[in-house]
Design a protein around this ligand. Sequence first.
Ligand code: TNX
Length: 510
Amino acid sequence: MLRFFVIFLSTFLVFSCKDSNIPADSFISLGDFSLIPEVKEYESTSGILELGADVSIEWEGVVSEFIYQEIQSEWDEIMSGSHSDESSTELEVIVDDHHMEYQHPEEYCLTIEKRDIKIEASTLVGVYRGWQTLRQILYLSNQKSIGTGVIRDYPRFDYRGTMLDVARHFFSVDEVKRYIDQLTFYKINYLHLHLSDDQGWRIHINSWPELTAIGGQSQVDGGDAGFYTQKEYQDIVAYAADRFVTIVPEIDMPGHTNAALASYAELNCDNKKRELYYGREVGFSTLCVDREETYQFAEDVIRELAEITPGPYIHIGGDETHATPEDDYIKFVNRVMPMVGKYGKKVIGWDEINLGELPQDAAVQFWASKENAQNAVKKGSKVLMSPASYAYLDMKYDSLTPIGYNWAGYIDTERAYSWDPELLVEGINREDILGIEAPLWGETITNSEEIEYLAFPRILGYAEKGWSDTSDSRTWDEYKIDLVAHGAILERLGINFYRDPKVNWTLDSD
Ligand code: TNX
């Protein structure tokens, strides 16, 4: 009887694997993929799917031509040179907006079966997040076969972002798009653009054209500066939207405004234009809060920005206003914050805006003052978590990092991973948190290579903190093993990342 059972069992095993003729050690089971961010839940079943070199997509429900094309071309790219040249994988994409089981718009279900793969969601954004998981599986499979099973996944926070400072150094439309492409792979869904500062004004405003004619011409240390026309900005916004990334534009006021003060005399209390600024120090400039022109300016800028920004937020800055007395600061933000609501958007500001009367739907970006963040929560606002000493992408990894700052300490990949947004500030709990954002200030970076060097690999950890629950989370020792595989992917994608010595990278280039 026992003998019969063994024979039966082995016949069964051989049979179940035989479909694809694959020896047991040449497939990866679903739970063994080093997915970042970690998925909410998965279940492995006993079959194996042999990935084909081509994909045939069958689509049900609302179609996105963009996602369709992306899947086709990425599949070709990733699977090029695959051994299974003859076969094609069937991919079913199902968008079912009546699907009541899905609680979250970004939720998706990815099913790997012996003969096909299915991505199901109630929205296109859900499909896109599911596709990114599948895309990682394709890269990580190294053209081996994959174990069958099901992944069910949705995010912890609605806002998982990064900020790019295009004011200190200007970055071209293509450089911004390149960064957006890289973010989507890790399910990051907000890109905050810091569009104005002392060193430059980067978005054309029709009613105040000198802002870019004059203020757009400078940057840190000089060199080729520039600005986005409204058309170019809208091009970035649309490019991001196709990839389900929302742009949050920031105009920093009332400090960090030298570029505006150099463009228009009437924004200065002494009615004299300032010189353009090429340095790095902060905190010396302020709009003249007693002049009506200042509020006309602020309202025009907010109105024009709101018109070309489909996303829900406008960021008004509000940080480091050392040249604005506190009473003046409060007076300024109290007049300007409601303007954002007037044009149909919600305010975000650095944590200092808590000193003013926060509109009901405002969000406060915590970077320095716990007290500001805690008080904002007490008043009913949400907090965007960007603690400088854990989440600032412009901090050096260690003392040898050639670019970046260290005023908030060194942040290596381990430190960037070793904090939790829900446990960081007393009194700020999950329901008070809008999400997390990792800002990349631009004083020391001038090109994509440098953006990538500071952002990667730390940003993978931030993406995971935003997407995956703490209760499901792994330790740094577990995470750093998964990072190894992503090093190989980043290398393949041509992303210039920091080879943190705490990770045992196995790279072609080494
Ligand atoms: C602080 S963080 C700033 C920026 C600088 C950055 C450099 C914040 C709200 N303000 O103006 O670029 O430090 O790390």
